[in-house]
Design a protein around this ligand. Structure first.
Ligand SMILES: Cc1cc2nc3c(=O)[nH]c(=O)nc-3n(C[C@H](O)[C@H](O)[C@H](O)COP(=O)(O)OP(=O)(O)OC[C@H]3O[C@@H](n4cnc5c(N)ncnc54)[C@H](O)[C@@H]3O)c2cc1C
Length: 511
């Protein structure tokens, strides 16, 4: 059997795997990406992208490629939250941004980007077996030209909810599968159905179907108008003990049958535009790392509510890439790869908290459950609860535990407009190469001198800013989380040295 040696194999070229691949390429590691499908699946999955990942994609200059295909991200308008609606549209500086974008388009852009940067993307190659020792993982792969073996220093399973890599690594995936099936159709309606100005429908032989959610004893029907004439979204949730394969498409007849069961009446449907079906699971891998095998994306977590999975998975990829690259380059401090588990497991636990709360809100059919939804809906009219939930959904509330205790450490670095000797720029632009940054905002030669010891690993920038970032110097990791911060009046040198060593290893030169 042919044998290839490489540094990193990524299994799966979905959104998580492709973004991880391009992030690794930016650090100089050229991963091999093994994807069992010959082409990108055309079964509709996510219809949009939201949360912190949009900022991160802008910090890499990638968002522009996506906005060429879809309108710019904007404040998420009304977001479903377990049968309740969170309306963030009136908030200044809204905590949740979102954009409309079909997952196939996202996968295409990310896959092309990874290939252009030098990733060895092999489509039609399925990983079927793996074993590991202290030095490498050995994979058996079934490719279009027959089986072959790859020996790799690390393997990352970005191979989705039914991850083979997770099984091969022996990592448990505990949690629940909820006995409910969600069917979603964007469809045109024939002229026999009247769409009223309120968004309600007048259905022949039945009468009025209200916009929003209608609960019946048999399930839940959602109806939302669209900006396109005679196009609506119809959504059903029914309790059902079936497990469907995400890759099997929903048919118009199946959607129509489900509406009939839930409503007790037929809504005539016209042409289908987009049809999808999903079941909800709440599962999280016990560990995101077993030796040289790691997990990211759906392979590591499945959440029981919509709109959060891509954000969580792609952020896993960005968090992992620079740590893996550090290990391969030989300068990673001990435990850096375990910190990947600590940070992203913690982040997914936060997402699990609000998505599981959504299950409890959504599934209750008795008056007490309705009272809970009504109460929450009322609370969400106030700004602070709405902000808090928006931050939860976007992941903006994540503050990783870190040794440095400044209030900013662990948080996501906001984009700052920066005035430098070379003109005006922004933090987002400085982060395009995915390198750590020491941002010196008060011209501190002592700090820059210390950071010189790590000049091969971090970029040092002196600038001023019109914003007030609560600190005058920031050490920012490639995933845009702040690793250290200080104000001008602090004796910052010792803590900066400690933070640099903690995150970026021993200095390469005496300072
Ligand atoms: C109908 C539907 C609607 C959704 N809507 C949303 C939404 O609105 N917002 C949101 O955030 N998320 C949504 N999701 C979830 C989202 O699609 C997933 O979270 C996302 O696809 C996960 O990306 P991933 O890269 O981690 O895994 P996947 O996209 O599952 O990619 C895994 C890849 O690994 C490949 N693979 C698997 N096994 C192997 C193997 N042994 N060897 C080689 N390759 C392998 C697969 O072919 C696949 O390409 C939706 C999902 C569905 C089904």
């Amino acid at each position: 059997m042919r044998v290839t040696d490489t540094d990193v194999v990524i299994v799966g070229a979905g959104p998580t795997g492709s973004l991880l691949a391009s992030e690794l390429c930016l650090t100089g590691v050229r991963p091999m990406v093994l994807e069992r499908r010959a082409t990108i699946s055309d079964v509709p999955k996510a219809g949009g992208l939201g949360g912190q990942i949009l900022h991160l994609l802008r910090y890499r200059g990638l968002l522009e490629r996506l906005t060429a295909l879809s309108p710019d991200p904007g404040p998420a308008p009304i977001f479903p939250f377990g049968g309740v609606h969170v309306d963030l549209s009136n908030l200044a500086d809204p905590p949740l941004q979102a954009m409309v974008l079909a997952q196939q388009e996202l996968e295409r852009v990310l896959g092309d980007h990874a290939s252009a940067l030098g990733a060895d993307v092999r489509r039609g190659h399925e990983v079927v077996a793996a074993s590991q020792d202290d030095d490498a993982v050995s994979l058996e792969v079934r490719g279009p030209d027959g089986p072959y073996r790859v020996n790799s220093r690390y393997v990352v399973g970005c191979d989705g909810g039914r991850s083979r890599v997770r099984d091969l690594a022996g990592i448990p995936f505990p949690g629940n599968t909820y006995p409910e099936v969600n069917r979603l159709g964007q469809v045109t309606l024939p002229d026999s159905v009247t769409i009223l100005d309120s968004g309600d429908l007048d259905v022949p032989g039945f009468g009025r179907v209200g916009a929003g959610f209608t609960r019946t004893g048999r399930g839940l029907l959602g109806l939302a108008a669209s900006t396109e004439s005679r196009v609506v979204s119809l959504y059903t949730i029914e309790d059902e003990l079936a497990e469907y394969d995400d890759d099997l498409p929903l048919t118009p007849t199946e959607l129509q049958d489900s509406i009939r069961r839930v409503l007790g009446a037929e809504i005539p449907l016209g042409e289908p535009i987009r049809l999808s079906r999903f079941t909800f699971q709440a599962r999280q891998a016990q560990r995101y790392r077993a030796g040289r095998m790691l997990l990211a994306g759906d392979a590591a977590h499945l959440f029981p509510a919509t709109g959060v999975a891509l954000n969580a998975g792609m952020l896993d990829g960005v968090n992992l890439a620079w740590k893996l690259a550090a290990d391969i380059a030989g300068w990673a401090p001990p435990d850096l790869l375990d910190i990947y588990h600590d940070e992203r497991h913690f982040a997914a636990t936060r997402t699990m908290l609000h998505t599981q709360a959504q299950v409890a809100l959504r599934r209750g059919h008795d008056p007490a459950a309705q009272a809970l939804r009504d109460l929450l809906q009322e609370l969400l009219l106030d700004e602070q609860p709405a902000r808090r939930i928006g931050a939860f959904i976007s992941g903006a509330d994540i503050r990783y535990p870190m040794p440095d205790h400044h209030p900013l450490t662990g948080t996501f670095a906001p984009d700052l407009t920066l005035h430098t000797d070379h003109g005006t720029t922004s933090l987002a632009k400085l982060m395009h190469p995915a390198r750590p940054i020491l941002l010196d905002l008060t011209d501190r030669p002592d700090l820059r001198e210390i950071a010189q010891g790590w000049h091969d690993r971090i970029d040092i920038h002196t600038a001023t800013t019109d914003h007030h970032p609560q600190a005058d110097a920031l050490l920012i990791r490639p995933d845009a989380h702040i690793a250290w911060a200080a104000t001008a009046d602090e004796p910052a040198a010792p803590t900066l040295r400690e933070a640099l060593s903690y995150w970026f290893g021993s200095p390469s030169a005496t300072t």
